[in-house]
Ligand binder design. Structure first.
Ligand code: NAD
Length: 295
């Protein structure tokens, strides 16, 4: 069993850290919130006494809000890359910009450390159940070293390629998800206005060429898919503001490589307007309400 330093015990990080505790690892947590640290301690983990304590661990996992937090924790003179001992494995599971992920990975490689970017999909439910999908970027050797730890927290572990490709996979997937959710929402709204019932349109489209995950697993209208957030007034799930964050990362990444992402840009504008109007906490499938003229 390994000593693991876990940084960022939020909605995702805490249940992920708890799964590492349950698997028998010695987990030391670091967070700005006392409450989260107390929950980890009660469950058999430990509270780190700052980053110097975390630096003594064999494996370090981070689950932080954005690239600036990851850069601050790992990079620079005061960062973990300078503090840890040789052989420490670094796993960043936050969803961040590709450029920061690559810069930190370069710094780690320069110090002779194994590091992977390993963002996740599966949400809080997946984090609790230990069924997350990890999209992993980094050298093969670092991936193989990280895999047994990721398997404790996830059900599907995919090596996407070199450093940064885990983040690239994550933001490309989520840009596609936003576009497909908007497409499904437009189709349901139009079908309704043309006199089709939601269920009838679902029965037809879900077995026709319009079928996709946004329709069959996460349907944005109440009724056809009982587990979808539409049936609980669009309580998240995956909030509009989280989708907005990922769409902004996708747009920045697209600009950096001159990729054409017109529908990604339009999706970003639609989700940004929803957020500005106070609906940032609504599940991202709540975009149906905006398209249908309900909000
Ligand atoms: P969160 O805001 O609930 O948790 C972030 C945690 O990091 C907080 O507890 C905060 O106190 C801590 N933190 C911030 N700065 C810190 C610092 N300098 N040192 C120590 N701790 C610090 O966020 P979350 O929902 O857990 O998401 C974390 C990451 O996972 C994000 O990058 C997000 O995009 C990604 N993600 C979230 C979901 C989801 O459904 N929530 C799904 C997939 C990916």
């Amino acid at each position: 069993m390994a000593s693991i330093g876990f940084i960022g015990l939020g909605n995702m990080g805490l249940p992920m850290a708890l799964n590492l505790v349950k698997a028998g690892h010695d987990v030391m947590g670091h967070d700005l919130s006392d409450k989260q640290l107390a929950t980890l301690s009660e469950a058999g983990g430990r509270r780190a006494n700052g980053l110097d304590d975390i630096a003594t661990c064999e494996v370090i996992v981070s689950m932080l809000p954005a690239g600036k937090h990851v850069a601050q924790i790992y990079g620079g003179e005061e960062g973990l890359i300078k503090k840890v001992k040789a052989g420490t494995l670094l796993i960043d599971s936050s969803t961040i910009d590709v450029a920061t992920a690559r810069a930190i990975a370069d710094e780690a490689a320069g110090a002779g450390l194994d590091m992977v970017d390993a963002p996740v999909s599966g949400g809080v439910g997946g984090a609790q159940a230990g069924t997350l999908t990890f999209m992993v970027g980094g050298p093969e050797a670092a991936f193989e070293k990280a895999k047994p730890f990721l398997e404790v927290m996830g059900a599907k572990i995919v090596h996407a390629g070199d450093a940064g490709t885990g983040q690239a996979a994550k933001i490309c997937n989520n840009m596609l998800l936003a576009i497909s959710m908007i497409g499904v929402s437009e189709a349901f709204s139009l079908a309704r206005k043309l006199g089709l019932s939601d269920q009838k349109f679902f029965d037809i489209a879900s077995t026709s060429s319009g079928q996709c995950w946004s329709m069959t697993s996460y349907c944005p209208v109440p009724g056809p898919v009982p587990a979808s957030p539409a049936n609980r007034d669009y309580a998240p799930g995956f909030a509009t503001d989280m989708m907005l964050k990922d769409l902004r990362l996708a747009k920045d990444a697209a600009q950096s490589v001159q990729a054409k992402t017109d529908l990604g840009d339009q999706s970003l504008a639609l989700y940004a307007a929803l957020s500005e109007d106070g609906y940032g906490g609504l599940d991202f499938s709540g975009v149906f309400k905006r398209i249908n003229g309900d909000i």
